[in-house]
Design a protein around this ligand. Structure first.
Ligand code: DP6
Length: 334
């Protein structure tokens, strides 16, 4: 039996957003979404069996808070039930970027944990099953299992077996970049699940938002395959703004966007007017992100770095999928 497993997965940024569930416990999305898996943002997780039945969870080498540990243990129970092995697990996990600041650490975190736990518990899964399993930890984690440009299927089934992500193009297909503007590194004010549920039940725009996401996902995949940057950029901006509009219209409203976030949105528009193609996106946090082509990335990154309210810029490129190493084997999902 494998004694220690090391798994690494990258974060992802959605170009067509996931924001709404058709099933909360299984994290089944109400619509498909499309993302880019991103280097260098990653989570590294090392797993081994503990001596007893209790789990030990360390985050950046420090015992994790109880809420976080409980979430991990609950998730590991899925693997214990599947394998019939009820031993406790020692989990050491670290992110190379701020946790819970709208930079999707739950995506890379659960993708790494799913892949590592599948190997540790010796549960055989193909990539679609692994993605569906990661999804149960956090919806967007389904996409971080896969490399490059990724489509997460909504699926129709109640058990979620047809709601998994797959790579529609490998990282080397297209050298696009995402420049993440870091405005704050504090934890977010409201979690994704609560925000999505409130938007679903309390926003008059929810149904229109979900309806638009279906068409947007198809068009985004098409634009990726054809390398049509303007089209992909338009879809990306529209998806982010429609998602934020839907949640801002909920009662009480959910407002992740800060002044700096919106100013960077206008920066993208003025860059475009001057002939440099940059498109804006933003997730469940205040961090603005700019999508651009590799040839323009350094110029845009310089402007973003000098922008008032921006503390740092993380320059991201398409990354491979999840990687798992044991003492004897290495496996990497392209
Ligand atoms: C705004 O995957 O964090 O980043 O499934 O509740 O864990 P849960 O939500 P999560 O939501 C991500 C929402 C988003 C958009 C996206 O990444 O598609």
């Amino acid at each position: 039996m494998t004694s220690e497993v090391k798994a690494r997965a990258h974060a992802n940024v959605a170009l067509v957003k996931y924001f709404g569930k058709r099933d909360v416990p299984l994290n089944l999305p109400a619509a498909p979404s499309v993302s880019m898996t991103l280097s260098p943002l990653n989570t590294e997780t090392v797993l081994s069996f503990a001596d007893g039945v209790d789990d030990q969870v360390l985050l950046a080498d420090v015992p994790a808070e109880e809420k976080f540990s409980r979430r991990i243990s609950k998730y590991l129970n899925i693997f214990r039930d599947l394998s019939g092995n009820h031993r406790g697990v020692r989990v050491t996990t670290s992110n190379n970027f701020p946790t819970a600041a709208g930079l999707a650490s739950s995506a890379s975190g659960f993708a790494a944990l799913a892949a590592g736990a599948a190997r540790l518990f010796d549960v055989n899964m193909d990539i679609a099953q692994l993605s569906a399993m990661a999804r149960r930890g956090s919806g967007s984690a389904a996409r971080s299992v896969c490399g490059g440009y990724v489509l997460w299927h909504r699926g129709e089934k109640n058990d979620g077996t047809d709601s998994f992500a797959e790579s529609v193009a490998p990282p080397e297909h297209w050298d696009l970049r995402i420049l993440v503007g870091v405005t704050t590194t504090g934890p977010k004010e409201i979690g994704s699940t609560v925000a999505m549920e409130r938007t679903r039940t309390e926003s008059p725009y929810y149904n229109a938002w979900i309806k638009s996401a279906h068409g947007a996902a198809k068009e985004a995949v098409d634009a990726i395959l054809k390398k049509d940057f303007e089209k992909l950029g338009d879809i990306t901006e529209h998806s982010a703004l429609a998602m934020h509009a839907a949640m801002m219209a909920a009662a009480p409203p959910i407002v992740f966007l800060k002044g700096t976030t919106l100013d960077v949105f206008h920066l993208a528009r003025s860059l475009r007017k001057e002939g440099t193609a940059a498109y804006f996106t933003c997730d469940a946090g205040p961090q603005p992100k700019l999508l651009c082509q590799a040839k323009d990335a350094d110029i845009i990154a310089r402007q973003l770095r000098a922008f008032p309210g921006i503390k740092d810029v993380i320059h991201c490129a398409p990354a491979e999928g999840v990687r798992v190493e044991t003492n004897t084997t290495t496996y990497c999902e392209k």
